[in-house]
Design a protein around this ligand. Structure first.
Ligand SMILES: NC(=O)c1ccc[n+]([C@@H]2O[C@H](COP(=O)([O-])OP(=O)(O)OC[C@H]3O[C@@H](n4cnc5c(N)ncnc54)[C@H](OP(=O)(O)O)[C@@H]3O)[C@@H](O)[C@H]2O)c1
Length: 269
């Protein structure tokens, strides 16, 4: 039987809390009675969440945001590294600046926030860090190669960090999401360069991913799953959200890689 921790009276920091999944997670944690700080570049419109401006791609901005958190409270019990964006297009034609940006936000942004939260977690004798990842980390998506790489990097970081910090009582885990209907689809930076060379496959793949996302889960469903995981005594190392995604994640472990590759080619290739 699972043991659950009370989340109330703890402190959480959620990055990317101005909209979508981060906003829903922050709201849900606040409803559970937590004190919640929401970090993002645009303001978080909520009475329950305390907004602190932060661009996770800027080291100084992350340091200033966490200095403000620690000015107001001594603790960070939960950090949800959710802030993220996506780029799409052919790997061959992706400009250097776009690929750097993908990693600055999704990977190094999460690393910076983690580094800022760890000293307090160590001092207080524990904490939980949840990384919002994607099924793309285990099923790399054609024409979203840099996004898939960024989420795979997060998964590796979470696992290695969990081992490093276990003696301090700090737990890490990744939440693997499938399609979720949020503003992510509109915000994605789409690169159509080379579409003629690739015979229209870039455009068709991007259109399919956009359609799938718009038919995806609601962010509140993801928030419910995230809060259930965070309230467990032991944070699972990796968990897919939704029954169908859980089955996909399991199939990836047992099916021959040739079969998985065939499916990935059919879907997005
Ligand atoms: N939607 C999906 O289908 C899906 C699937 C799998 C995984 N995910 C992951 O879920 C997470 C949340 O995505 P979402 O769907 O909720 O997207 P969203 O609606 O576009 O929200 C993204 C959030 O990240 C914040 N953000 C982006 N760049 C930032 C930066 N440089 N500094 C600080 N905050 C930044 C945005 O806030 P500001 O713009 O105000 O800064 C916003 O609050 C992402 O990590 C994404 O990769 C999404």
């Amino acid at each position: 039987m699972q043991q659950y921790h009370r989340l109330s009276s703890q402190t959480a920091v959620v990055t990317g809390a101005s909209q979508g999944i981060g906003r829903a997670i922050a709201e849900q944690l606040a409803k559970e009675g937590m004190r919640v700080f929401g970090l993002s570049r645009t303001a978080v419109q909520s009475d329950r969440i305390q907004w602190i401006p932060c661009d996770v791609a800027q080291e100084g901005s992350v340091q200033a945001a966490f200095a403000e958190v620690f000015r107001q409270t001594q603790r960070v019990d939960i950090l949800v590294n959710n802030a993220g964006m996506g780029i799409a297009g052919a790997a061959e034609f992706t400009p250097d600046g776009d690929m750097q940006r993908q990693f600055q936000v999704n990977v190094f942004g999460a690393v910076r926030c983690t580094q800022a939260a760890l000293p307090a977690m160590r001092r207080q004798g524990g904490g939980k860090i949840l990384f919002i990842s994607s099924l793309a980390s285990v099923f790399p998506i054609a024409f979203q190669s840099f996004y898939s790489m960024s989420k795979a990097a997060l998964d590796s970081f979470s696992t290695a960090l969990g081992i490093e910090c276990k003696p301090f009582g700090i737990q890490t885990g990744t939440l693997l999401l499938g399609d979720v209907n949020t503003g992510f689809t509109q915000s994605r930076k789409k690169g159509m360069a080379g579409d003629e060379v690739y015979r229209g496959r870039i455009g068709r793949s991007i259109e399919k991913m956009e359609r799938d996302e718009q038919k995806g889960m609601r962010p509140e469903q993801v928030a419910g799953a995230a809060c259930r995981l965070l309230s467990k005594r032991r944070l699972p190392t990796r968990r897919a959200v939704g029954a169908a995604n859980g089955i996909l994640f399991f199939l990836n472990r047992i099916l021959p890689s040739r079969t998985v590759l065939w499916v990935l080619e059919k879907l997005y290739g």
